[in-house]
Design a protein around this ligand. Sequence first.
Ligand code: NAD
Ligand code: TDX
Length: 336
Amino acid sequence: MKYLITGGAGFIGTNFIYYMLENHPEYEYVCLDKLTYAGNLANLQKAMEYKNFRFVKGDIADRKFVFDLFEQERFDVVVNFAAESHVDRSIETPDVFLVTNVLGTQVLLDASRKFGVKRFHQISTDEVYGDLPLDRPELKFKETDNLRPSSPYSASKASADLLTLAYYRTYGLPVTISRCSNNYGPYQFPEKLIPLMIINALNDKELPVYGTGQNVRDWIYVTDHCEAVDIILQKGKEGEIYNIGGNCEKKNIDVVRTILEKLGKPESLIKFVKDRPGHDLRYAMDTSKMKEEFGWEPKVSFEKGVEKTIEWYLNNEQWWKEIINGEYLEYYRRMY
Ligand code: NAD
Ligand code: TDX
């Protein structure tokens, strides 16, 4: 079996590649990644030592390039992680989100159709469902819910989901989709909440909390997400959507306080800043389908996951110090 893993030089893709190399050494893996600001070849340094892994630099939206690659490689399985993934950047510059997340996915779907891929798996997000009110804790997103995306990012991801389902219905392409909640863990780009707060706290810099900090996210440690995707690839039914979540709802302010406490830093570092436009209030996933069909449940507690994540950022200072220069610094100054 030959796997194409797109976006594998980013946060979740990198973790997924290591998860698969360890758990399925019998398969062959090709990672296709454009190496945008969020992609980092250094993440895959150890993967390059495996004989059954190869890296290819390229753009999923480049039709000629993608078709040539599929013709040469004859992939059995495609797992599409490649995306522009940051909500705040999508508010600033939506165009690239449509090109990569929508048109890029379409190119991959077309190539998968033409070259007879046996499974196309689209990595999606809870954000396609929109948000839930803060005062109705009993409500959770189900796979059958309507899509109500709020940001250009989530609208582009919802569009990709709809295209993926259309290729199943119209052309019979064997697809599956997983929609996961907020991930955290090693290799996450410092623009996202948890690594940003860890790095700022380590540097005794202010921790910018949007609005009142009452917005709620459902946090999952990245290896739990990787395991769930692997199970769906093995046992998932064609044409189906699967919610993946951490069953771990937290207010942003509580996440930030936990990080400060674990690092022994003062709460006076917290600074409430201007809210994100259109800021989704609450995400919460109903993951009963994953539990009932496959017995899958997240394993890593938030407490343990945050400790492991902090440890990783402490042990990999060089990794993030190289990132928080240049383009990132310009972005940071514009944002905060
Ligand atoms: P990331 O931004 O860390 O990584 C994205 C990767 O995609 C990078 O390596 C980048 O270089 C690559 N890429 C971007 N445009 C490309 C293109 N045109 N062609 C080829 N490669 C390209 O993102 P992430 O957080 O690892 O997210 C991975 C996937 O998971 C995305 O599809 C995202 O929507 C989804 N997701 C993320 C989360 C989360 O909490 N981070 C939650 C649910 C779903
Ligand atoms: O500086 C910040 N301050 C702050 O209060 C940042 C970067 C974020 N926040 C808030 C906004 C959100 O309520 O923290 C929460 C989490 O923010 P992000 O890390 O930007 O994640 P989110 O917008 O929830 O989206 C993430 O989860 C779903 C990923 O980035 C998406 O790719 C994924 O689809």
